[in-house]
Design a protein around this ligand. Sequence first.
Ligand code: NAP
Length: 253
Amino acid sequence: MILDKFSLKNKVAIVTGANTGLGQGICWAFAEAGAKIVGVGRSDMTQTREYIEKIGGAFFEIKADLMSTDCVLPIVDGTISHFGQVDILVNNAGIIRREDLENYSMKDWDDVMNTNIRTLFFLSQEVGRRMLAQGKGGKIINIASMLSYQGGIRVPAYTASKSAVLGLTREMANEWAKYGINVNGIAPGYMVTNNTAALRADDQRSAEILGRIPAGKWGVPEDIGGAAVFLASEAANYIHGFTIAVDGGWLAR
Ligand code: NAP
């Protein structure tokens, strides 16, 4: 039956940036859909864990600094040794650094690119290798952005990295679709999380953004859950290399 195809029962999902924001929303949605969750991040994940355990789910935490690829093997090995398999990866963790273009530093460029695209690629590569070895496919979901499509202002590294996420999602899909590994993306619009705290604190920018969102409101982490569960589930088995916008209509405008 069709709704059964949306279930994530007996699946093991790695979610990066699991302590807060969209990553936390995805962890909770996955747990509600029946998946066992490996939360990856550098900050305390108690809040994420508590809800999952409250609803009878399983949560395993792996502390990692995603700015460096040193974390890749510990994350994947830790997942396999704890839960015995990996079925889903969500590359959610990401950072943004704002500065005028003429003053943008190499450090900000490197930090953003390392976190948002370099680690995303090598973590996906390692998880994909394990999925190939398991021989039953898998799902990789990359969190993109409106700045995968648009230029943005004062965020050159973020725009470069998120544009790369969109292209890489297509590239990986092309190579791994034949193995039943679905690589897709979600492009969130303007969501209420730490990532947008500075924007929301700026009354003028905040009002301009709100005025351009057809839905008439900023998104919240719960808004991402449906698309994430769908792309992680069997219901999306024939979807490859596509990035779904969850943006209140921003791109349609
Ligand atoms: P957020 O609340 O700032 O979450 C970012 C997550 O990434 C946090 O869990 C953060 O951990 C983690 N992270 C960052 N650098 C890390 C590192 N070096 N090692 C380990 N974890 C690290 O913002 P969010 O909005 O939920 O962001 C989630 C994703 O959505 C990001 O890729 C972001 O670019 C994307 N996105 C957000 C929006 C939006 O409007 N909010 C729009 C489009 C795309 P800490 O809490 O420890 O920093």
